[in-house]
Design a protein around this ligand. Structure first.
Ligand SMILES: Cc1cc2nc3c(=O)[nH]c(=O)nc-3n(C[C@H](O)[C@H](O)[C@H](O)COP(=O)(O)OP(=O)(O)OC[C@H]3O[C@@H](n4cnc5c(N)ncnc54)[C@H](O)[C@@H]3O)c2cc1C
Length: 463
Protein backbone atom coordinates (compact mmCIF):
# COMPACT_ATOMS: atom_id res chain seq x y z
CA UNK A 1 0.00 0.00 0.00
CA UNK A 2 1.29 3.46 -0.81
CA UNK A 3 2.17 6.10 1.76
CA UNK A 4 -0.59 6.67 4.26
CA UNK A 5 -1.52 10.21 5.12
CA UNK A 6 -3.72 11.28 8.00
CA UNK A 7 -6.56 13.71 7.66
CA UNK A 8 -4.24 16.54 8.67
CA UNK A 9 -1.80 15.59 5.93
CA UNK A 10 0.90 14.30 8.25
CA UNK A 11 2.28 10.79 7.85
CA UNK A 12 0.01 8.34 9.59
CA UNK A 13 1.19 6.94 12.89
CA UNK A 14 0.03 3.61 11.50
CA UNK A 15 3.25 3.58 9.50
CA UNK A 16 5.15 2.59 12.64
CA UNK A 17 3.35 -0.71 12.60
CA UNK A 18 5.05 -3.63 10.91
CA UNK A 19 3.55 -4.85 7.68
CA UNK A 20 3.16 -8.45 6.69
CA UNK A 21 0.69 -11.07 5.72
CA UNK A 22 -1.85 -12.85 7.88
CA UNK A 23 -3.76 -11.20 10.66
CA UNK A 24 -2.61 -7.59 10.63
CA UNK A 25 -2.49 -6.87 14.34
CA UNK A 26 0.27 -4.35 14.95
CA UNK A 27 2.60 -5.81 17.49
CA UNK A 28 5.99 -5.06 18.91
CA UNK A 29 7.53 -7.40 21.35
CA UNK A 30 10.65 -6.78 23.39
CA UNK A 31 11.80 -10.03 24.88
CA UNK A 32 14.64 -10.03 27.38
CA UNK A 33 15.25 -13.71 26.86
CA UNK A 34 12.95 -16.45 25.67
CA UNK A 35 12.22 -18.95 23.00
CA UNK A 36 8.54 -18.64 23.93
CA UNK A 37 8.18 -14.95 23.35
CA UNK A 38 10.33 -13.59 20.53
CA UNK A 39 9.76 -11.12 17.73
CA UNK A 40 9.21 -14.04 15.36
CA UNK A 41 6.27 -15.27 17.40
CA UNK A 42 2.97 -14.41 15.75
CA UNK A 43 1.31 -11.25 16.99
CA UNK A 44 -1.90 -13.20 17.18
CA UNK A 45 -0.57 -15.61 19.73
CA UNK A 46 1.01 -12.82 21.71
CA UNK A 47 -2.25 -10.99 21.78
CA UNK A 48 -4.06 -14.09 23.01
CA UNK A 49 -1.65 -14.49 25.87
CA UNK A 50 -2.31 -10.95 26.97
CA UNK A 51 -6.03 -11.27 27.19
CA UNK A 52 -6.55 -11.95 30.86
CA UNK A 53 -4.19 -9.24 31.92
CA UNK A 54 -5.55 -6.69 29.55
CA UNK A 55 -9.07 -7.39 30.72
CA UNK A 56 -8.06 -6.37 34.19
CA UNK A 57 -6.70 -3.00 33.08
CA UNK A 58 -8.51 0.02 34.43
CA UNK A 59 -8.40 3.66 33.54
CA UNK A 60 -6.48 5.76 36.00
CA UNK A 61 -8.44 7.20 38.88
CA UNK A 62 -8.15 10.64 37.33
CA UNK A 63 -10.01 9.27 34.31
CA UNK A 64 -7.01 10.31 32.19
CA UNK A 65 -6.23 7.81 29.49
CA UNK A 66 -3.35 7.83 27.08
CA UNK A 67 -2.84 11.54 27.56
CA UNK A 68 -0.51 10.58 30.40
CA UNK A 69 0.89 7.35 29.01
CA UNK A 70 1.69 5.89 25.63
CA UNK A 71 -0.97 4.16 23.58
CA UNK A 72 1.04 1.00 23.53
CA UNK A 73 0.12 -1.65 26.01
CA UNK A 74 2.97 -2.46 28.35
CA UNK A 75 2.70 -5.73 30.15
CA UNK A 76 5.34 -7.42 32.18
CA UNK A 77 5.03 -11.15 31.70
CA UNK A 78 6.82 -13.35 34.18
CA UNK A 79 7.60 -16.80 32.81
CA UNK A 80 10.29 -19.13 34.12
CA UNK A 81 11.69 -16.14 35.94
CA UNK A 82 12.24 -14.27 32.68
CA UNK A 83 10.68 -10.82 32.44
CA UNK A 84 9.32 -9.76 29.07
CA UNK A 85 8.09 -6.29 28.31
CA UNK A 86 5.45 -6.85 25.64
CA UNK A 87 3.68 -4.12 23.65
CA UNK A 88 0.65 -4.85 21.52
CA UNK A 89 -1.49 -2.41 19.59
CA UNK A 90 -4.29 -2.53 17.12
CA UNK A 91 -4.51 0.63 15.07
CA UNK A 92 -8.18 1.64 15.04
CA UNK A 93 -10.05 4.24 12.98
CA UNK A 94 -13.37 5.36 14.47
CA UNK A 95 -15.81 7.27 12.27
CA UNK A 96 -18.12 9.48 14.36
CA UNK A 97 -17.64 11.11 17.76
CA UNK A 98 -21.13 10.69 19.17
CA UNK A 99 -21.75 8.70 22.33
CA UNK A 100 -20.69 5.46 20.59
CA UNK A 101 -17.53 6.80 18.95
CA UNK A 102 -16.29 8.45 22.13
CA UNK A 103 -17.11 5.43 24.29
CA UNK A 104 -15.39 2.96 21.98
CA UNK A 105 -12.34 5.23 21.66
CA UNK A 106 -12.15 5.40 25.43
CA UNK A 107 -12.48 1.66 25.80
CA UNK A 108 -9.86 0.79 23.19
CA UNK A 109 -7.38 3.41 24.40
CA UNK A 110 -7.67 2.02 27.91
CA UNK A 111 -6.89 -1.42 26.50
CA UNK A 112 -3.71 -0.02 24.97
CA UNK A 113 -4.77 0.26 21.35
CA UNK A 114 -3.99 3.13 19.04
CA UNK A 115 -7.13 5.08 18.15
CA UNK A 116 -8.03 7.97 15.85
CA UNK A 117 -11.55 9.42 15.70
CA UNK A 118 -12.98 11.37 12.76
CA UNK A 119 -16.10 13.52 13.21
CA UNK A 120 -17.85 15.48 10.48
CA UNK A 121 -19.29 18.14 12.82
CA UNK A 122 -17.02 21.09 13.57
CA UNK A 123 -17.28 20.56 17.36
CA UNK A 124 -18.79 18.36 20.01
CA UNK A 125 -22.59 18.28 19.95
CA UNK A 126 -24.13 20.34 22.77
CA UNK A 127 -27.86 19.84 22.10
CA UNK A 128 -30.04 16.75 22.01
CA UNK A 129 -31.76 17.24 25.39
CA UNK A 130 -31.43 14.25 27.72
CA UNK A 131 -30.86 10.51 27.57
CA UNK A 132 -32.13 7.82 29.89
CA UNK A 133 -29.29 5.63 31.00
CA UNK A 134 -30.49 2.33 32.43
CA UNK A 135 -28.47 -0.06 34.62
CA UNK A 136 -26.97 -1.80 31.59
CA UNK A 137 -25.57 1.39 30.04
CA UNK A 138 -24.48 2.71 33.43
CA UNK A 139 -22.56 -0.52 34.10
CA UNK A 140 -20.58 -0.13 30.88
CA UNK A 141 -19.90 3.54 31.62
CA UNK A 142 -18.60 2.53 35.02
CA UNK A 143 -16.28 0.02 33.33
CA UNK A 144 -15.01 2.92 31.22
CA UNK A 145 -14.15 4.86 34.37
CA UNK A 146 -17.16 7.16 34.12
CA UNK A 147 -19.15 7.60 37.28
CA UNK A 148 -22.65 9.03 36.94
CA UNK A 149 -22.90 9.70 40.67
CA UNK A 150 -24.41 13.11 41.15
CA UNK A 151 -24.95 13.59 37.41
CA UNK A 152 -28.45 14.15 36.05
CA UNK A 153 -31.44 12.71 37.86
CA UNK A 154 -31.76 9.22 39.31
CA UNK A 155 -35.13 7.53 38.97
CA UNK A 156 -36.23 4.63 41.14
CA UNK A 157 -39.65 4.08 39.64
CA UNK A 158 -41.43 4.39 36.32
CA UNK A 159 -45.15 5.03 36.66
CA UNK A 160 -47.17 4.52 33.48
CA UNK A 161 -50.37 6.57 33.72
CA UNK A 162 -53.51 7.13 31.74
CA UNK A 163 -54.17 10.62 30.39
CA UNK A 164 -56.60 11.19 33.28
CA UNK A 165 -53.96 10.21 35.84
CA UNK A 166 -54.79 6.57 36.70
CA UNK A 167 -51.91 4.15 37.21
CA UNK A 168 -51.56 1.69 34.36
CA UNK A 169 -48.35 0.00 35.43
CA UNK A 170 -45.51 0.55 37.88
CA UNK A 171 -41.88 -0.50 37.32
CA UNK A 172 -39.52 -0.72 40.25
CA UNK A 173 -36.17 0.51 38.90
CA UNK A 174 -34.60 0.50 42.38
CA UNK A 175 -34.91 -3.28 42.18
CA UNK A 176 -32.81 -3.33 39.01
CA UNK A 177 -30.32 -0.93 40.62
CA UNK A 178 -30.02 -3.20 43.67
CA UNK A 179 -29.64 -6.29 41.52
CA UNK A 180 -27.08 -4.91 39.08
CA UNK A 181 -25.49 -2.17 41.15
CA UNK A 182 -26.25 0.75 38.85
CA UNK A 183 -29.25 3.12 39.19
CA UNK A 184 -31.09 4.45 36.15
CA UNK A 185 -30.67 8.14 35.34
CA UNK A 186 -31.72 10.89 33.04
CA UNK A 187 -28.70 12.89 31.96
CA UNK A 188 -28.19 15.63 29.40
CA UNK A 189 -26.49 14.47 26.22
CA UNK A 190 -24.06 17.35 26.50
CA UNK A 191 -22.95 16.26 29.98
CA UNK A 192 -22.65 12.66 28.89
CA UNK A 193 -20.48 13.58 25.90
CA UNK A 194 -18.32 15.73 28.18
CA UNK A 195 -17.86 12.83 30.59
CA UNK A 196 -17.03 10.47 27.73
CA UNK A 197 -14.37 12.80 26.38
CA UNK A 198 -12.95 13.74 29.77
CA UNK A 199 -9.26 12.82 29.87
CA UNK A 200 -9.00 11.80 26.22
CA UNK A 201 -5.94 13.13 24.40
CA UNK A 202 -6.65 16.56 22.93
CA UNK A 203 -5.74 15.57 19.38
CA UNK A 204 -7.65 12.28 19.38
CA UNK A 205 -10.73 13.60 17.59
CA UNK A 206 -10.44 15.30 14.21
CA UNK A 207 -13.52 17.48 14.04
CA UNK A 208 -14.76 18.79 10.71
CA UNK A 209 -13.53 15.62 9.01
CA UNK A 210 -16.45 13.83 7.38
CA UNK A 211 -15.83 10.36 6.04
CA UNK A 212 -17.05 9.81 2.50
CA UNK A 213 -15.69 6.34 1.65
CA UNK A 214 -14.02 3.31 3.18
CA UNK A 215 -11.96 0.61 1.50
CA UNK A 216 -10.01 -2.40 2.63
CA UNK A 217 -7.63 -5.02 1.38
CA UNK A 218 -6.49 -8.14 3.22
CA UNK A 219 -4.25 -6.21 5.58
CA UNK A 220 -5.48 -2.66 6.01
CA UNK A 221 -8.53 -0.46 5.90
CA UNK A 222 -8.54 3.08 4.56
CA UNK A 223 -11.00 5.90 5.13
CA UNK A 224 -11.27 8.82 2.70
CA UNK A 225 -12.49 12.19 3.95
CA UNK A 226 -14.30 15.16 2.48
CA UNK A 227 -11.14 17.27 2.52
CA UNK A 228 -9.35 14.77 0.26
CA UNK A 229 -7.19 13.24 2.98
CA UNK A 230 -7.10 9.56 3.92
CA UNK A 231 -6.21 7.51 6.98
CA UNK A 232 -5.28 3.86 7.19
CA UNK A 233 -5.52 1.44 10.10
CA UNK A 234 -5.89 -2.20 11.11
CA UNK A 235 -9.62 -1.93 11.61
CA UNK A 236 -12.40 0.62 11.22
CA UNK A 237 -15.48 1.16 13.35
CA UNK A 238 -18.42 2.96 11.77
CA UNK A 239 -19.99 4.82 14.70
CA UNK A 240 -21.49 7.38 12.36
CA UNK A 241 -25.10 7.08 13.37
CA UNK A 242 -28.39 7.20 11.51
CA UNK A 243 -27.07 8.15 8.06
CA UNK A 244 -23.94 6.01 8.33
CA UNK A 245 -21.59 6.35 5.38
CA UNK A 246 -19.75 3.25 6.56
CA UNK A 247 -22.95 1.19 6.57
CA UNK A 248 -23.75 2.38 3.05
CA UNK A 249 -20.25 1.49 1.86
CA UNK A 250 -20.72 -2.04 3.20
CA UNK A 251 -24.33 -2.78 2.43
CA UNK A 252 -25.59 -0.13 0.02
CA UNK A 253 -28.84 1.68 0.71
CA UNK A 254 -30.48 -0.69 3.20
CA UNK A 255 -34.15 -0.02 3.86
CA UNK A 256 -34.71 2.31 6.76
CA UNK A 257 -38.33 2.41 7.77
CA UNK A 258 -40.07 5.46 9.06
CA UNK A 259 -41.74 5.02 12.42
CA UNK A 260 -45.27 6.39 12.58
CA UNK A 261 -44.39 8.88 15.27
CA UNK A 262 -41.93 11.60 16.18
CA UNK A 263 -40.97 13.35 19.40
CA UNK A 264 -41.02 16.95 20.54
CA UNK A 265 -38.56 16.99 23.39
CA UNK A 266 -36.82 19.34 25.79
CA UNK A 267 -34.65 19.53 28.87
CA UNK A 268 -35.54 22.64 30.81
CA UNK A 269 -36.10 24.01 34.32
CA UNK A 270 -39.64 23.12 35.41
CA UNK A 271 -40.60 24.02 38.96
CA UNK A 272 -43.07 21.30 39.93
CA UNK A 273 -43.00 18.68 42.69
CA UNK A 274 -42.11 15.87 40.24
CA UNK A 275 -38.79 17.55 39.37
CA UNK A 276 -37.67 17.05 42.99
CA UNK A 277 -38.55 13.33 43.07
CA UNK A 278 -37.01 10.14 41.69
CA UNK A 279 -40.08 9.15 39.70
CA UNK A 280 -40.27 8.90 35.92
CA UNK A 281 -43.78 9.33 34.49
CA UNK A 282 -44.92 7.80 31.18
CA UNK A 283 -48.38 8.98 30.23
CA UNK A 284 -50.34 7.63 27.28
CA UNK A 285 -53.65 8.64 25.77
CA UNK A 286 -55.44 8.94 22.44
CA UNK A 287 -53.54 12.10 21.54
CA UNK A 288 -50.09 10.51 21.95
CA UNK A 289 -47.63 9.94 24.76
CA UNK A 290 -45.73 12.10 27.22
CA UNK A 291 -42.63 11.34 29.27
CA UNK A 292 -41.47 13.35 32.28
CA UNK A 293 -38.18 12.57 34.07
CA UNK A 294 -36.41 14.59 36.76
CA UNK A 295 -32.92 15.32 35.38
CA UNK A 296 -31.23 16.97 38.38
CA UNK A 297 -30.46 20.63 39.14
CA UNK A 298 -34.13 21.62 38.80
CA UNK A 299 -34.29 20.31 35.24
CA UNK A 300 -37.01 18.13 33.79
CA UNK A 301 -36.53 15.97 30.72
CA UNK A 302 -39.91 16.06 28.97
CA UNK A 303 -41.23 14.91 25.63
CA UNK A 304 -44.39 14.37 23.65
CA UNK A 305 -44.74 11.63 21.06
CA UNK A 306 -47.14 12.48 18.24
CA UNK A 307 -48.11 10.85 14.96
CA UNK A 308 -45.72 11.87 12.20
CA UNK A 309 -44.78 11.17 8.62
CA UNK A 310 -41.66 12.58 6.92
CA UNK A 311 -43.31 14.83 4.36
CA UNK A 312 -45.59 16.45 6.91
CA UNK A 313 -45.10 20.20 7.48
CA UNK A 314 -43.97 21.10 11.02
CA UNK A 315 -46.29 23.34 13.03
CA UNK A 316 -45.12 26.96 13.09
CA UNK A 317 -45.76 27.09 16.86
CA UNK A 318 -45.19 23.58 18.24
CA UNK A 319 -45.76 24.54 21.87
CA UNK A 320 -49.17 25.96 21.02
CA UNK A 321 -49.96 22.70 19.20
CA UNK A 322 -48.83 20.64 22.23
CA UNK A 323 -50.92 22.79 24.59
CA UNK A 324 -53.97 22.31 22.40
CA UNK A 325 -53.44 18.59 22.14
CA UNK A 326 -52.24 17.66 25.64
CA UNK A 327 -53.25 20.63 27.81
CA UNK A 328 -56.35 18.85 29.17
CA UNK A 329 -54.38 15.84 30.47
CA UNK A 330 -54.13 15.28 34.21
CA UNK A 331 -51.54 17.10 36.31
CA UNK A 332 -48.63 17.63 35.96
CA UNK A 333 -48.86 17.79 32.13
CA UNK A 334 -50.60 21.21 31.98
CA UNK A 335 -48.11 22.65 34.51
CA UNK A 336 -45.16 21.46 32.40
CA UNK A 337 -46.66 22.97 29.26
CA UNK A 338 -47.40 26.21 31.11
CA UNK A 339 -43.73 26.61 32.10
CA UNK A 340 -42.32 25.62 28.69
CA UNK A 341 -41.14 27.97 25.97
CA UNK A 342 -41.00 27.41 22.20
CA UNK A 343 -37.21 27.67 22.31
CA UNK A 344 -36.95 24.59 24.54
CA UNK A 345 -38.33 22.26 21.88
CA UNK A 346 -36.55 20.08 19.36
CA UNK A 347 -38.24 17.67 16.99
CA UNK A 348 -37.03 14.18 16.04
CA UNK A 349 -38.83 11.94 13.55
CA UNK A 350 -38.10 8.27 14.25
CA UNK A 351 -36.82 5.45 12.11
CA UNK A 352 -36.18 1.78 12.36
CA UNK A 353 -33.79 -0.52 10.61
CA UNK A 354 -33.84 -4.30 10.81
CA UNK A 355 -30.78 -5.48 12.69
CA UNK A 356 -28.56 -7.59 10.44
CA UNK A 357 -27.00 -10.77 11.78
CA UNK A 358 -23.67 -9.65 10.31
CA UNK A 359 -22.91 -5.94 10.58
CA UNK A 360 -19.50 -5.65 9.03
CA UNK A 361 -17.15 -7.09 6.47
CA UNK A 362 -13.49 -7.96 6.88
CA UNK A 363 -11.79 -5.34 9.01
CA UNK A 364 -14.79 -3.03 9.20
CA UNK A 365 -17.65 -3.16 11.67
CA UNK A 366 -20.49 -0.94 12.83
CA UNK A 367 -21.48 0.26 16.27
CA UNK A 368 -24.48 2.10 17.72
CA UNK A 369 -27.21 3.58 15.53
CA UNK A 370 -25.23 2.75 12.39
CA UNK A 371 -25.87 -0.91 13.23
CA UNK A 372 -29.23 -0.78 14.99
CA UNK A 373 -31.26 2.33 14.44
CA UNK A 374 -34.50 2.23 16.46
CA UNK A 375 -37.13 4.59 17.86
CA UNK A 376 -36.43 5.67 21.46
CA UNK A 377 -39.55 4.03 22.90
CA UNK A 378 -37.51 1.84 25.26
CA UNK A 379 -34.79 4.45 25.88
CA UNK A 380 -32.20 1.86 24.86
CA UNK A 381 -30.48 3.27 21.74
CA UNK A 382 -27.50 4.72 23.59
CA UNK A 383 -27.58 1.96 26.19
CA UNK A 384 -27.31 -0.63 23.42
CA UNK A 385 -24.48 1.40 21.91
CA UNK A 386 -22.59 1.12 25.21
CA UNK A 387 -23.29 -2.61 25.19
CA UNK A 388 -21.63 -2.74 21.74
CA UNK A 389 -18.60 -0.98 23.15
CA UNK A 390 -18.28 -3.45 26.00
CA UNK A 391 -18.58 -6.54 23.82
CA UNK A 392 -16.28 -5.20 21.09
CA UNK A 393 -13.58 -4.42 23.65
CA UNK A 394 -13.78 -7.90 25.10
CA UNK A 395 -13.82 -9.53 21.72
CA UNK A 396 -10.68 -7.71 20.54
CA UNK A 397 -8.98 -8.50 23.84
CA UNK A 398 -9.18 -12.17 22.93
CA UNK A 399 -6.70 -11.57 20.12
CA UNK A 400 -6.46 -13.48 16.88
CA UNK A 401 -7.71 -12.61 13.45
CA UNK A 402 -9.17 -9.09 13.45
CA UNK A 403 -12.04 -9.91 11.08
CA UNK A 404 -13.00 -12.96 13.12
CA UNK A 405 -12.99 -10.90 16.33
CA UNK A 406 -15.29 -8.34 14.72
CA UNK A 407 -17.72 -11.06 13.57
CA UNK A 408 -17.65 -12.60 17.06
CA UNK A 409 -18.62 -9.22 18.48
CA UNK A 410 -21.54 -8.93 16.06
CA UNK A 411 -22.69 -12.49 16.83
CA UNK A 412 -22.62 -11.85 20.56
CA UNK A 413 -24.62 -8.65 20.25
CA UNK A 414 -27.24 -9.86 17.77
CA UNK A 415 -29.68 -11.72 20.06
CA UNK A 416 -29.84 -8.89 22.57
CA UNK A 417 -29.98 -5.88 20.32
CA UNK A 418 -32.35 -7.48 17.81
CA UNK A 419 -34.79 -8.19 20.65
CA UNK A 420 -34.59 -4.58 21.84
CA UNK A 421 -34.99 -3.34 18.29
CA UNK A 422 -38.08 -5.47 17.58
CA UNK A 423 -39.72 -4.35 20.82
CA UNK A 424 -38.84 -0.70 20.23
CA UNK A 425 -40.42 -0.90 16.80
CA UNK A 426 -43.69 -2.08 18.31
CA UNK A 427 -43.50 0.89 20.70
CA UNK A 428 -44.56 -0.88 23.92
CA UNK A 429 -43.85 2.25 25.94
CA UNK A 430 -46.69 3.86 24.05
CA UNK A 431 -49.12 0.99 24.54
CA UNK A 432 -52.19 1.91 26.46
CA UNK A 433 -52.20 -1.05 28.85
CA UNK A 434 -55.49 -1.05 30.79
CA UNK A 435 -54.85 -0.45 34.53
CA UNK A 436 -56.53 -3.80 35.34
CA UNK A 437 -54.05 -5.68 33.14
CA UNK A 438 -51.16 -3.57 34.43
CA UNK A 439 -51.82 -4.73 37.96
CA UNK A 440 -51.18 -8.32 36.87
CA UNK A 441 -47.67 -7.43 35.71
CA UNK A 442 -44.84 -7.59 38.21
CA UNK A 443 -43.25 -4.32 39.28
CA UNK A 444 -39.83 -5.96 39.02
CA UNK A 445 -40.26 -7.29 35.48
CA UNK A 446 -38.01 -4.46 34.18
CA UNK A 447 -35.06 -6.07 35.95
CA UNK A 448 -35.51 -9.34 34.09
CA UNK A 449 -36.14 -7.45 30.85
CA UNK A 450 -32.89 -5.48 31.26
CA UNK A 451 -30.95 -8.72 31.61
CA UNK A 452 -32.43 -9.94 28.33
CA UNK A 453 -31.39 -6.68 26.68
CA UNK A 454 -27.87 -6.88 27.96
CA UNK A 455 -24.59 -8.67 27.32
CA UNK A 456 -22.94 -6.70 30.11
CA UNK A 457 -25.39 -7.51 32.89
CA UNK A 458 -25.35 -11.19 32.06
CA UNK A 459 -21.61 -11.13 31.27
CA UNK A 460 -22.10 -12.95 27.99
CA UNK A 461 -18.79 -12.41 26.26
CA UNK A 462 -18.26 -13.56 22.69
CA UNK A 463 -17.06 -17.13 22.34
C1 LIG B 1 -35.56 11.97 20.63
C2 LIG B 1 -34.58 10.89 21.00
C3 LIG B 1 -34.53 10.44 22.30
C4 LIG B 1 -33.64 9.42 22.65
N1 LIG B 1 -33.61 9.00 23.94
C5 LIG B 1 -32.78 7.99 24.30
C6 LIG B 1 -32.71 7.56 25.66
O1 LIG B 1 -33.42 8.08 26.52
N2 LIG B 1 -31.85 6.56 25.97
C7 LIG B 1 -31.08 5.95 25.03
O2 LIG B 1 -30.32 5.04 25.36
N3 LIG B 1 -31.11 6.36 23.73
C8 LIG B 1 -31.93 7.35 23.35
N4 LIG B 1 -31.95 7.79 22.06
C9 LIG B 1 -31.09 7.11 21.07
C10 LIG B 1 -29.68 7.66 21.12
O3 LIG B 1 -29.67 9.05 20.92
C11 LIG B 1 -28.83 6.99 20.05
O4 LIG B 1 -29.05 5.61 20.06
C12 LIG B 1 -27.35 7.26 20.23
O5 LIG B 1 -27.09 8.64 20.12
C13 LIG B 1 -26.53 6.49 19.22
O6 LIG B 1 -25.18 6.86 19.33
P1 LIG B 1 -24.21 6.79 18.06
O7 LIG B 1 -22.88 7.22 18.57
O8 LIG B 1 -24.38 5.50 17.38
O9 LIG B 1 -24.81 7.87 17.06
P2 LIG B 1 -24.83 9.44 17.20
O10 LIG B 1 -24.98 9.84 18.62
O11 LIG B 1 -25.85 9.92 16.22
O12 LIG B 1 -23.39 9.89 16.73
C14 LIG B 1 -22.95 9.71 15.39
C15 LIG B 1 -21.85 10.72 15.12
O13 LIG B 1 -21.29 10.44 13.86
C16 LIG B 1 -21.09 11.67 13.17
N5 LIG B 1 -21.07 11.38 11.74
C17 LIG B 1 -22.12 11.08 10.95
N6 LIG B 1 -21.71 10.86 9.70
C18 LIG B 1 -20.37 11.03 9.69
C19 LIG B 1 -19.36 10.95 8.68
N7 LIG B 1 -19.68 10.63 7.41
N8 LIG B 1 -18.07 11.17 9.02
C20 LIG B 1 -17.73 11.50 10.31
N9 LIG B 1 -18.66 11.61 11.29
C21 LIG B 1 -19.96 11.37 10.99
C22 LIG B 1 -22.27 12.53 13.62
O14 LIG B 1 -22.00 13.91 13.40
C23 LIG B 1 -22.35 12.16 15.08
O15 LIG B 1 -21.53 12.96 15.89
C24 LIG B 1 -32.81 8.83 21.68
C25 LIG B 1 -32.85 9.29 20.36
C26 LIG B 1 -33.73 10.31 20.02
C27 LIG B 1 -33.76 10.80 18.60
Amino acid sequence: MSRVVDADGSPSSSEIAPTGSGPRISSRIRAATSTWCTPSRSPTASMCSMTAMRNSRKTSSSGCLSATRPNLLHINVSLNRSIFDVEVTVDVLVIGAGVGGLAVARSLLAAGHQVRVYEQAPAMRTGGAGLTIFSNGAAVLDDLGISLDGVGGRFDRIDALTADGRLRLRSDMAHAAARYGFPSRSISRRLLLERLSDGLPGDLIRYGTGCRAVNQDGDRVTAAFDDGSTATGDLLIGADGHHSVVRRALWGDVPIRTATFGTWQALSPVDIELTRTHVHLMITGREGACGLIPAGDGLLQWWFDVRWSPGEPRPAAPLAMLRRRFGHWASPVPEVLAQASEDDLDFFGHHWQKVRRVWGKGRITLLGDAAHLMPPTLGQGANQTFEDVWVLGRSLAQGGDVAERLRAYERARYPHVSLVSRLARRSPANWRIPPLVGRLLSETSQSAMLARFSNRLTALAPA
